[in-house]
Design a protein around this ligand. Structure first.
Ligand SMILES: [Ca+2]
Ligand SMILES: [Ca+2]
Ligand SMILES: [Ca+2]
Length: 599
């Protein structure tokens, strides 16, 4: 086995050397994605830390001691760390939004900064905190030079919070529905008639929206004079292109028409808005030849928008010789709700969606709150996606993220009595599942260094470079003696090394990327989960995982034609009875077994 693993590393290295010239030929399911928030990764230029602004943190947004402000990371720093990212086995980078943001938002005492990138004012240029347009180009070129792809994070649902409403100067504005505040009356049914002839927002023509001239149907929206021209392109500065109905309560109609905590919700039914975003993001494809988009808040935009936007982006990509441009949407779903995810591939025609079902199932299965049958059910539902099970091979899978928190944090919360040793075993097991089961694995930066965190959102966005945030630095990392008070780019970290090994296997065996997945074993309680991945050549790879704290010995069904197994990882019993193999796993252990005697 040792000799063989050496071969895996050597083979993978030679593959990687051959890769750079033809990275564009790889299919989306061939990638291993690394998701990074550039502000939190590496500071390559201290001169841009304040984004070219003067003043305190409420002006510049910069305060490296506060988890809600800019910390100084930038594109130059990220570019300098590409060796580290590629060494992990990642083949693509999902870059958090890099467009110019409103530096600081929030009421008195509630301020925080746009360090995360989701509060855009200028959609056409790089935020000065993160660097320059030229530095973004240098980053993309450097990644491409290594055969790595770059996916940009895009937003069309909202801009920064610039528009305010006269009716609620000091409080949050509650959502006002189309029934209670119709487009046809000012400020409610008893108000003056306005917008004569407007046929409703479901008649999505320029002629119809030309009749929606008065935006005071629900609230009286206005832009503070100092921010009158802050948005780019300039059409975005008109309140007419927004819904202006107050804050979403993430329920019913408000999910599409409400402001995301004050962020200005765009009227994405309006053809001018559709064309505006086709131009904005088509231009980024043209300028940088990037390889795909991750779409933020996709479920808060109407399906018709995506049905126009997605084909336009794919066309633009093909015109720029990017045949495998990947687009995946964020449909933030609670728990395991495949129907909701799949709906957005069928109705919106999104090519793919982030697999929130996998994430939801993994936190339950890995914490022992659910048996592995939950995963079996998840995969059985793959047929619901547009394109069925083959389309599910392209779903980006993940176990934690920048919004709801890292898996290690979720497991610690679910298992308060578990020590770090057990937590580490559970995390290592989760990575084996992430890298070998169907879907495109996404590693959230810092997971590979044993980052845990104390919560979600800001608490899950630790610094890779030496942090000054007390509530990050007070926590020992998994798998080593380090904390976030020092830089963590340790290629010898046990989680990093495990991921690199798994990534090598995934690159070497197409069945782990493109092979169909056949269910083999599931359990009502924590215990065995097994599937086979079967490639075009018919050769089987048997994957077995033990989510329980006790050893497992069991027999699982395998292909009738499989006559023996060779160990790729863990321990594989070479002897096979036609149609049945013996599986033996230690607590939280896993095995990857290849049919046949030759690796
Ligand atoms: Ca910097
Ligand atoms: Ca607003
Ligand atoms: Ca919306």
């Amino acid at each position: 086995m040792r000799i063989f693993l050496a071969c895996v590393a050597a083979c993978a290295a030679s593959l990687a050397e051959a890769a750079p010239s033809d990275y564009r030929e790889r299919l989306p399911e061939d990638e291993i994605v690394y998701f990074v928030l550039p502000d939190r990764f590496e500071n390559g230029d201290r001169a841009n830390d304040r984004g070219g602004l003067d003043g305190d943190r409420l002006t510049t947004g910069f305060d490296p001691t506060h988890k809600g402000f800019y910390h100084g990371g930038d594109l130059k720093g990220l570019t300098a760390r590409l060796d580290y990212i590629q060494g992990l086995g990642a083949t693509a980078i999902w870059l958090g939004p890099i467009y110019k943001n409103k530096p600081v938002q929030g009421g008195p005492g509630q301020e925080s900064a746009g360090y995360h990138g989701y509060w855009i004012t200028d959609f056409t240029r790089v935020d000065p905190h993160l660097g320059t347009d030229a530095e973004l180009r240098a980053f993309v070129d450097a990644a491409h030079g290594r055969g790595m792809k770059v996916y940009l994070d895009i937003i069309t649902n909202h801009t920064a919070d610039v528009i305010q409403y006269r009716e609620c100067p000091n409080t949050a504005c509650a959502y006002r529905s189309r029934a209670d505040y119709p487009y046809s009356r000012r400020g409610g049914p008893a108000g003056a008639p306005i917008n004569a002839g407007f046929a409703g927002d479901d008649v999505r023509t320029e002629a119809n929206f030309a009749k929606l001239t008065d935006p005071t149907f629900a609230y009286t929206p206005f832009v503070p004079p100092a921010e009158a021209n802050v948005k780019v392109p300039t059409w975005l500065n008109s309140v007419h292109y927004y819904h202006n109905r107050g804050n979403s309560d993430f329920w019913g109609e408000s999910s599409l028409f409400g402001d995301f905590v004050g962020l200005d919700d765009l009227a994405t039914e309006n053809p001018r808005v559709v064309q505006g975003f086709i131009d904005i993001y088509g231009d980024w494809i043209e300028r940088l030849h990037i390889d795909g988009f991750r779409i933020d808040t996709a479920r808060h935009v109407n399906p018709e928008f995506w049905r126009a936007f997605v084909p336009a982006m794919l066309k633009r990509a093909r015109a720029n010789d990017i045949p495998n441009f990947h687009i995946f949407g964020e449909v933030a779903a609670e728990g395991v709700d495949v129907a909701q995810l799949a709906r957005h591939t069928r109705d919106d025609k999104l090519p793919s969606v982030l697999d929130f079902g996998f994430a939801g199932a993994m936190s339950q299965v890995l914490s022992g709150k659910a048996g592995t049958g939950l995963l079996a059910r998840l995969y059985a539902d793959d047929v619901l996606y547009e394109g069925g099970a083959p389309a599910a091979l392209r779903l980006p899978t993940f176990t934690g993220n920048h919004d709801f928190g890292r898996l290690a944090y979720l497991l610690r919360t679910a298992l308060p009595d578990a020590g770090n040793d057990e937590l580490l075993k559970r995390v290592l097991l989760s990575n084996a599942m992430l890298l070998t089961l169907r879907g495109v694995p996404v590693v959230y930066y810092g997971d590979e260094q044993g980052f845990i965190g104390h919560g979600n959102d800001q608490a899950a966005r630790q610094d890779m470079f030496a942090s000054q945030v007390a509530s990050y630095n007070d926590q020992p990392l998994l798998g080593g003696g380090s904390t976030t008070a020092v830089a963590n780019f340790n290629a010898l970290h046990p989680i990093y090394k495990e991921l690199a090994t798994l990534a090598s296997l995934r690159k070497q065996y197409p069945a782990l990327r493109r092979g169909r997945q056949v269910p083999r074993a599931e359990s009502r309680e924590p215990g065995l989960f097994a599937v086979s991945r079967i490639g075009n050549d018919g050769r089987e790879i048997l994957l077995a995982f033990n989510t329980s704290a006790r050893p497992i010995v069991a027999r699982v069904q395998v292909e009738a034609g499989t006559q023996s197994f060779t160990t790729l990882l863990g321990r594989c019993d070479p002897a096979v009875v036609p149609g049945s193999a013996r599986v033996e796993l230690p607590p939280f252990g896993y095995s990857v077994c290849l049919a046949g005697t030759e690796p």
